[in-house]
Design a protein around this ligand. Structure first.
Ligand code: 6PG
Length: 470
């Protein structure tokens, strides 16, 4: 029998589906799971000449073509380290261990360096698309060396989703932790976009009193226009699903406490550490944390009644404003994400290609959207120059067109007491970034007054301190 071309370790749904995807492209794939019954069950249900399992790591490794390509799809953190430790005695120089989970890029850098000493290539690879994407075509963001990319590309290109031009949604992101870093930014943007969608839902529900099914219709309309995307598409079934356990719509019975596994928080923390500005994503993380404070919210809501505001425009007109605000807000979130990636690329020495990153997000991943094709083309037109997204001509035109609606939407929400942390902060980021003079001069004055922290001047070079009390 011919040796296997690739192994997948970890038979959770994502691992299973990735393995089945490889096998469906006629790539001889062998799977392993710590509890072998699970791997056995996968093979019983889906096994064929391209898909088999092995009960122990030794036989799995022995039966792989060299250099070996072993994909891990296990939980991030210590399970990855444990699996690498178990594998190591069986591996030979040049073998590749590919971590396809949502690992922290700092762990990926550490593992890459540690395994390099053993002659093993470690690849941190972002994979997006959820269960369905893993099976039918994810967006793939591999880091690792150029050599590993050459070896893996033929396999990854076969299983990846397709972009708007029909090319595979996979590209070599950069060395060591670059792939996981870009996946972290993807997830952060996913947080930001979902939060803005939730704010739109809240406004339609609380400002205009629309039912879940009416809001589904609005989102359906959004998904036929400039907001066309996977998340807006799935908003429709999520909002229109009837509840099996009670009367009404399921969404109305789902507790308003959002979970989070950490990638959004990592992105926000990374921006703070690098002195970068990532408010849309950070506010989305805060909004999830705030949602978890259910008990306090219930108590405090009894003390503070919301204002009763009659909106002065009809719902149809508001829907159009909202669509534009969401579009512009999303561009703002992307701009922040790309600026953070620019800073990281510089500090880590990663040659990140923004046009390519936008391109591989066009298909397969959770944030896939028409907008990504627009951003991809915008970055192509910038020809690799380090240009802020807001400065690229087609983006500038779009923002200028939608700005009045964006401002009006946030103003209406504020007046009605409906919180719009992500839409609002996306707008504030825009306002700040496009304002020649911000009030930091005043802050500098205060800092110098109480702590002699010094300041610079607008009209001459140098560092100044004023004896304010003399
Ligand atoms: C993807 C998703 C995936 C996962 C998120 C969810 O790209 O396929 O982003 O990675 O769904 O990490 O994260 P939270 O549980 O933190 O919302």
């Amino acid at each position: 029998m011919k040796p296997f071309e690739l192994a997948v370790i970890g038979m959770g749904v994502m691992g299973q589906n990735l393995a089945r995807n490889f096998a469906s492209r006629k790539i001889r794939t062998v799977v392993y799971n710590r509890h072998s019954e699970r791997a056995e069950a996968v093979i019983k249900a889906h096994g064929n000449e391209y898909l088999d399992f092995r009960k122990d790591l030794k036989s799995l490794v022995r039966e792989l073509e060299t250099p070996r390509k072993i994909l891990l799809m296990v939980k991030d953190g210590s399970p990855v380290d444990e699996m690498v430790t178990e594998l190591l005695p069986h591996l030979s120089k040049g073998d590749m261990v590919i971590d396809s989970g949502n690992s922290n890029y700092k762990d990926t850098i550490r593992r890459t360096q540690a395994l390099k000493k053993e002659g093993i290539e470690f690849v941190g690879m972002g994979v997006s698309g959820g269960e369905e994407g893993a099976l039918k075509g994810p967006s793939i963001m591999p880091g690792g060396s150029g050599k590993t990319w050459e070896a893996l590309a033929p396999f990854l290109e076969k299983i990846a989703a397709k972009d708007f031009g029909g090319m595979p949604c996979v590209t070599h992101i950069g060395p060591d932790g670059a792939g996981h870093y870009v996946k972290m930014i993807h997830n952060g943007i996913e947080y930001g976009v979902m939060q803005m969608m939730a704010e739109a839902y809240d406004l339609l529900k609380n400002l205009y009193g629309l039912s879940a099914s009416d809001i589904a219709k609005v989102f359906h309309g959004f998904n036929r226009g400039m907001l066309k995307s996977y998340l807006f598409e799935i908003a429709v079934p999520v909002l229109s699903r009837k509840d099996d356990l009670s009367k009404g719509y399921l969404v109305d019975s789902i507790l308003d406490r959002a979970g989070q596994k950490g990638t959004g928080r990592w992105a926000a923390g990374d921006a703070l550490d690098r002195g970068m500005v990532l408010p849309s994503i950070t506010e989305a993380v805060f909004a999830r944390s705030l949602s978890a404070m259910k008990g306090q919210r219930v108590e405090l809501s009894k003390e503070y009644k919301k204002p009763t505001v009659e909106p002065n425009i009809k719902v149809g007109e508001f829907v159009s404003l909202l669509e534009q605000a969401l579009y512009a807000g999303m561009i703002s979130a992307y701009a922040q994400g790309f600026e953070l990636m620019r800073a990281a690329a510089q500090e880590q020495g990663w040659p990140l290609d923004f046009a390519e990153i936008a391109r591989v997000w066009e298909g397969g991943c959770i944030i896939r959207a028409e907008l990504l094709n627009f951003l991809h083309k915008a970055f192509v037109s910038a020809k690799g120059k380090p240009t802020h997204l807001f400065a690229i001509s087609p983006i500038r035109k779009a923002l200028q067109e939608h700005l009045p609606a964006w401002r009006k939407t946030v103003a209406m929400a504020t007046e009605a007491g409906v919180p719009t942390p992500a839409l609002g902060t996306s707008l504030n980021y825009f306002e700040g970034m496009t304002q020649e003079v911000v009030p930091a001069n005043f802050i500098q004055g205060l800092r110098d007054y109480f702590g002699a922290h010094t300041y610079e001047r607008t009209d001459r070079e140098g560092i100044f301190h004023t004896p304010w009390n003399s």
